[in-house]
Write a protein that binds this ligand. Structure first.
Ligand code: ARG
Length: 457
């Protein structure tokens, strides 16, 4: 049954009906639509549209419907209702007869859909928060296990300075901590109820919207009805946060794919998250990580798509806005799945600490140490930088790491260099000298692990 037959004499073209209907995707808002309807029925009692007894009958029927939906959400898709709002109302009328037809008094699908979507977003944000924290925990525990594994740190994908695997894990923990705080921040703006704004101008019934908001678990009611029915900032904001976090996860994936490559060989991914080749028997491909990296694109695409849809829309509600759901659902589902998958990937990675260390020792990653050494002996940094550059060129020609050059050899470049240079060129020294806050020194990393654990407890 359509909700709006009276004005029409001709039936809708079937092709238009299919084009217009949104039930095939907005069925996911069933629980929220029912919850919103219960609250609305209570509000209608306060303005004498429903008696207390009528409201109770409606509420009972809605609660039964909620149970049915929870048991089998897919049954909704068997209906040819236009959207989830029509479906719920139709089912309610099936259950309680004409009384069900009173529920939509003073309400519009415009404030209804805005409310449903916000309720759904609030629920989904909590799922995402749990998942974002789980990945951080997995990273911190991985860091803790591998605190002593030294590896090269890169800039421009050139070996730059030695770091530890733990420090690398904690870098991604920081990114996800910011993603977490963005979600929490979004929640604040989301927590405002549009219900009772009617189609656009507000409801004609003197409903206490703050009370209504409270019944639905919102912290307040929105301030302007025109804005309330046409605001989709929450969808954009969550897709934007999803895009940023997916960008983090894609960088995480890319780093790991490289670490797992034959060329680096720093880690080996578990069989549980890799797959084989149909042709090349030796292959074990990092598919989980490649998909995480790849899915970043569709999430970003959903955000861009919705931005374009909303751009230039006149106030207030327009059917264009129905396009908000598929992209949002897909973006948040994808993000959640990638967060879960990131945990799974971290669960049993193997580190080849010997390979990591070997790579850290190559590539003259301790050159900065030699420059700092010269500075300590009174050479101005710019000059020290130049001298070390010359030493490195010569050492590369010889194929010798800095720490294996003889003192006589060093002296050709600077006569301030003495025997005390050697301890400073060791990997341990390279790490532990970086003991200012946030540095790679083992003491700092242990402290960071402790702090992150406390925050995530
Ligand atoms: N299915 C619609 C949506 O998702 C519900 C609101 C429809 N309102 C209307 N006046 N046509 O946006």
């Amino acid at each position: 049954m359509a909700l709006w037959g009276g004005r029409f004499t001709q039936a809708a073209d079937q092709r238009f009906k299919h084009f217009n209907d949104s039930l095939r995707f907005d069925y996911r808002l069933a629980e929220q639509d029912i919850t919103g309807s219960v609250a609305w029925s209570k509000a209608l009692v306060t303005v004498n549209v429903l008696t207390r007894e009528e409201q109770q009958r409606l509420e009972q029927a809605l609660v039964t419907l909620l149970d049915e939906v929870r048991e089998n959400p897919m049954q909704i898709l068997e209906s040819d209702a236009e959207d989830i709002h029509s479906w719920v109302e139709g089912k309610l009328i099936d259950k309680v007869g004409d009384l069900g037809k009173k529920l939509h008094t003073g309400r519009s699908r415009n404030d209804q859909v805005a409310t449903d979507l916000k309720l759904w977003c609030k629920f989904q944000v909590n799922e995402l928060l749990t998942a974002v924290r789980a990945v951080q925990r997995a990273l911190v525990e991985t860091a803790s296990v591998h605190q002593d594994v030294v590896m090269p740190g890169y800039t421009h994908l050139q070996r730059a300075q030695p770091i530890t695997f733990a420090h690398w894990c904690l870098a991604y923990t920081e990114m996800l901590a910011r993603d977490e705080s963005r979600l929490e921040d979004a929640l604040k703006r989301l927590d405002v109820s549009p219900l009772g704004c009617g189609a656009l101008a507000g409801t004609a019934y003197p409903i206490d919207r703050e009370q209504l908001a409270e019944w639905l678990g919102f912290s307040s009611a929105t301030r302007n009805s025109l804005d309330s029915v046409s605001d989709r900032d929450h969808a954009l904001e969550l897709m934007s946060h999803a895009s940023i976090s997916m960008m983090h996860l894609s960088r995480f994936a890319e780093d790991m794919i490289f670490f797992n490559s034959g060329e680096a060989g720093f880690i080996e991914l578990s069989d549980k998250v890799t797959s084989g080749s149909s042709l090349m028997p030796q292959k074990k491909n990092p598919d989980a990580l490649e998909l995480i990296r790849g899915k970043c694109g569709r999430v970003q695409g959903a955000l861009t798509g919705m931005m374009m849809t909303l751009k230039g829309l006149p106030l207030a509600y327009n059917k264009d806005m129905q396009e908000d759901k598929e992209g949002l659902f897909d973006a948040l589902d994808t993000w959640l799945e990638c967060l879960h998958m990131s945990c799974l990937v971290l669960e049993d990675i193997q580190l080849n600490s010997a390979r990591c260390k070997e790579a850290a020792q190559q590539g003259y990653a301790n050159s900065t140490e030699l420059a700092d050494y010269l500075v300590a002996k009174g050479v101005p940094f710019r000059e020290a930088h130049h001298i070390v550059g010359e030493v490195v060129v010569a050492a590369i020609k010889q194929g010798t790491p800095l720490e294996q050059l003889t003192l006589e050899y060093f002296k050709q470049f600077s006569d301030v260099i003495e025997d005390d240079v050697y301890p400073l060129l060791s990997l341990e020294s390279c790490l532990d000298k970086r003991n200012a806050k946030g540095g790679v020194a083992r003491e700092q990393v242990a402290y960071a692990i402790e702090q992150a654990r406390a925050r995530l407890a």
